[in-house]
Design a protein around this ligand. Structure first.
Ligand code: 5GP
Ligand code: ZN
Length: 118
């Protein structure tokens, strides 16, 4: 999508340092990190959310990228949280499918969305 910020980041139209990249997905740090490590993984192709008939291979690529991102960011052994906000009640603000990988400090208990922490 031409007006989608994550499409522009994935294509390189908006430059960003890639934490991880492969044929299907790109990972980059969140512009407003909610913890010392807060990285987003997005598919190169636009899907609005997990509910957008995402092909199996893309879903697999997104999840396979998670431990690679954790390793790259140094939280593989300390632990991290993986979040996919979907729709209004979850507070999804960017309607390009993305996975949050959050860590680098104790995150507490409960299913907390990033924007409500701190
Ligand atoms: P959501 O609430 O949709 O799950 O999360 C969207 C995330 O994208 C937010 O954590 C927000 O800080 C991040 N974000 C929004 N615009 C940009 C941007 O232009 N660059 C980066 N790196 N992150 C962004
Ligand atoms: Zn997009």
């Amino acid at each position: 999508m031409s007006d989608c910020v994550f499409c522009m980041i994935a294509s390189g139209e908006i430059p960003s340092a890639h934490v991880y990249a492969d044929d299907d997905v790109v990972a980059f740090d969140d512009i407003a990190p909610q913890a010392p490590v807060h990285t987003l993984i997005v598919p190169r192709v636009h899907y609005s959310s997990i509910a957008d008939e995402v092909p199996d291979g893309i879903l697999l690529a997104l999840l396979r990228a998670v431990p690679a991102v954790a390793e790259a960011k140094g939280v593989a052994s300390s632990g991290y949280r993986v979040i996919m906000n979907t729709g209004d009640d979850a507070g999804q603000t960017v309607h390009h499918l993305h996975v949050h990988v959050i860590g680098g400090r104790p995150l507490g208990e409960g299913m907390v969305r990033p924007a409500e922490r701190e």
